[in-house]
Design a protein around this ligand. Structure first.
Ligand code: AMP
Length: 213
């Protein structure tokens, strides 16, 4: 089973992807995480991506498609995967579908996490992440047990560089302009399931499981 999580920044794609990864034992592929790792490793893709990510803009399609194609070739993708943050534009989706519509990498379901803008801003402002294992916390709704320390691996938590009001404004604009047309795209080919993601984490998770059954 290959799944896509679609939604605005702060809609819960990363949190829900991790839960689905644990449940179905399929690998979680976050293009944002791949780019952040590439930036740390100072690879050529990382250096290029950084200039876009820091401003809140999307990384160009051809760079993104290339890193996704490289990632799905790895052995851990054979049993299925969850795309978190890919595709993020219609050209990315068309390019991916044209390559994989008839192979085992074909996308089976797209889970659209629907959240209103006020809630997105609250989630982003209060988000703290673990740079080591990728766990994500909300300072009020889902705080770590020890302040500033990851429950899962004990590493120090940090605020993502692009989780600030200026970048957030651009990220939301990019989402509306470039990513939200994917709702229509996947709906037309009967792959879209819309989930009310305003609820708490467990309720949203239950709805997703229900939809995937
Ligand atoms: P995320 O961790 O999913 O919020 O992604 C962080 C940033 O990485 C985004 O704001 C984009 O700049 C970049 N990014 C992640 N996925 C994509 C994608 N599919 N296409 C273009 N840029 C992306």
């Amino acid at each position: 089973m290959n799944i896509v999580f679609l939604g605005a920044p702060g809609s819960g794609k990363g949190t829900q992807s991790k839960k689905i990864e644990d449940f179905f034992k399929i690998v979680h592929i976050s293009t944002g995480d791949i780019f952040r790792q590439a930036i740390k490793d100072s690879t050529s893709a990382g250096v290029l991506a950084k200039s876009f990510i820091d401003k809140g803009c999307l990384v160009p399609d051809e760079v993104t498609i290339k890193i996704v194609e490289e990632r799905i070739e790895k052995d851990d993708c054979k049993k299925g995967f969850i795309f978190d943050g890919f595709p993020r534009t219609v050209p990315q989706a068309i390019s991916y579908d044209s390559l994989h519509n008839n192979d085992s990498f074909k996308i089976d379901k797209v889970i659209y996490l629907k959240v209103d803008e006020e809630k997105l801003l609250d989630r982003i402002v209060n988000r703290r992440v673990c740079p080591k294992c990728g766990a994500s916390y909300h300072m009020v709704i889902k705080p770590s047990k020890v302040e500033g320390i990851c429950d899962l691996c004990g590493h120090e938590l940090e605020t993502r560089k692009d989780d600030n009001p200026e970048s957030m404004k651009v990220r939301l604009e990019e989402y509306k302009k470039l990513t939200s047309p994917l709702i229509d795209y996947y709906s037309k080919i009967n792959k879209l399931v819309t989930i009310d993601a305003m609820n708490d984490i467990e309720k949203v998770y239950e709805s997703i499981l229900e939809a995937l059954k």
